[in-house]
Design a protein around this ligand. Structure first.
Ligand code: DX5
Ligand code: ZN
Length: 250
């Protein structure tokens, strides 16, 4: 599977995993998506995040399968398809066919989360479960060994440009502990309101994939914005390491 084998290797618990930046094209100009992708590729983006909304599960409509198929031809980066739709199981096959590498399904969107995750996994794609700000992490306790990534929403889904809801930090920390306790190895992703002001806290809490729309595309230079976000994330992770090294010396 494109890109994903490498991403899994980076989950090694013994090292600080490299943080992946996943620009959300929701904040880009939909009339020139290819240009938007080229810019974030130049800036060092690791993943392209695609928000699929149906106007039912969330009060907004965005893009669907044909756009993912076109993006597949435009980039070699892994495509991370975030499904904010009712009946997600009905569309998994189509998104796989279109070239999605990661597919994330909201816990709140289906009574058959386990089945949806299995459908994604058996098609060799990275299967993700998503929780809204109002959903506790415990809602995922029965699928921890059946997910490749868990997406913690740090805004209520439906729109870009909202402010980060801080309870996401505690949820990320809890998930990290649960992962350790159950010896699971999913990656932790966060989505909504991520910017230079909060990125350090977010990665220190344990997030490994950072989705960001507004803070990347609503700037004069999206390539530079990706670069700065990644640099800030990497530096925030390096600080505790330096402190540990300093402590062991003296
Ligand atoms: C919200 C989407 C997010 C959104 C993030 O429903 O899932 O991916 O694009 O955008 P910002 O970074 O603007 O909060
Ligand atoms: Zn999203």
């Amino acid at each position: 599977m494109r890109g994903c084998a490498k991403m899994r290797m980076e989950t090694d618990e013994n090292v600080h995993p490299a943080v992946a930046i996943a620009p959300s094209i929701l904040a880009a100009n939909f009339a020139s998506l290819e240009e938007a992708i080229r810019a974030v590729e130049r800036g060092g983006a690791d993943i392209i995040h695609v928000d699929v909304m149906d106007g039912h599960f969330v009060p907004n409509i965005t893009v669907g399968v044909p756009v993912v198929a076109s993006l597949r031809k435009a980039t070699r980066l892994p495509l991370d398809v975030h499904l904010m739709i009712e009946n997600p199981e009905q569309y998994i096959e189509a998104f796989v066919e279109a070239g999605a590498d990661m597919i994330s399904v909201h816990q709140e969107s289906t009574p058959h989360l386990d089945r949806a995750l299995e459908m994604i996994r058996e098609r060799g794609r990275s299967a993700g479960a998503v929780i809204n700000p109002g959903t506790p992490v415990e809602a995922l306790s029965e699928v921890l060994d059946r997910v490749d990534h868990i997406l913690v929403m740090s805004v209520n889904p439906g729109f870009g440009g909202q402010s980060f809801i801080p309870n996401a930090l505690e949820k990320i920390q809890k998930l990290r502990k649960m992962r350790e306790r159950y010896n699971a190895n999913f990656r932790i992703e966060v989505d909504g309101g991520v910017d230079l002001g909060n990125v350090a806290q977010i990665v220190r809490a344990g997030a490994q994939i950072l989705v960001a729309g507004t803070s990347i595309f609503h700037t004069a230079d999206p390539a530079a914005a990706v670069h700065s976000l990644k640099q800030a994330a990497t530096e925030a992770l390096a600080q505790p390491l330096r402190a540990e090294r300093g402590a062991s010396k003296g």
